[in-house]
Design a protein around this ligand. Structure first.
Ligand code: AMP
Length: 194
């Protein structure tokens, strides 16, 4: 099995509905590939916990399951991707979630003269997503909020799959298996494409 060495320095997106295991896989894969895992959801939760201006601005939006506006997210991501640790690749989890965000990301990377190497889509059946999300017990994991996040995912985020497929970047992986098996399947799909 490929150990990910040929993927060192890769710039990757983890893509998938809420509850698909993006965050878990991003953390494991980032450490296997030696690149930072960047989760916009985690950054926003930290901002809320710290009570920063950003945190105060996004707290209510996050608990309702809605998306934070593209302009605010552009600032967060532009700032994060300007940091040195992303110079040798990164694994972005939870961004982009709208067409506007995809355009922003493209611009940020173009400004740095780099490009994405792959977009991993974790494919998981919807009923499994609700079960998983309810088991996490996060503040924004009440059932109606989970359903709202899924609705927003389908209307605003899922269309990006076609965009990345057209660019030849999309790698679809069956996310309905054990954590280890998903990790191996992701590494295999990326190695195939490398
Ligand atoms: P996540 O941990 O990725 O599920 O994100 C948790 C919440 O943070 C989401 O439900 C949104 O309210 C907000 N959020 C995270 N990433 C983004 C993004 N790229 N665009 C808009 N809102 C986001």
């Amino acid at each position: 099995m490929d150990d990910g060495r040929n993927l060192a320095g890769a710039r990757l997106l983890m893509f998938g509905p809420p509850g698909s295991g993006k965050g878990t896989q991003a953390a494991v894969l980032a450490s296997r590939l030696g690149v930072p895992a960047i989760s916009t959801g985690e950054m926003l939760r930290q901002a809320v916990a710290q009570g920063s201006d950003l945190g105060n601005k996004v707290e209510t939006i996050m608990t309702s399951g809605a998306l934070v506006d593209d302009e605010t997210m552009a600032e967060v991501v532009r700032h994060r991707l300007a940091q040195k640790d992303t110079g040798n690749g990164f694994l972005l989890d939870g961004y982009p979630r709208t067409k506007g965000q995809a355009r922003t990301l493209e611009q940020v990377l173009q400004d740095q003269d780099v490009h994405l190497d792959g977009v991993v889509f974790l494919d998981v059946p919807t009923e499994e997503l609700v079960t998983r999300a309810l088991a996490r017990k996060r503040a924004d994991d009440r059932e109606e909020v989970i359903r709202e996040r899924l609705r927003i995912y389908h209307s605003q985020t899922a269309p990006l799959l076609g965009y990345y497929r057209d660019l030849g970047l999309l790698r679809t992986v069956d996310g309905h298996q054990s954590i280890d098996k998903v990790t191996e399947a992701v590494l295999a799909s990326l190695a195939e494409a490398a």
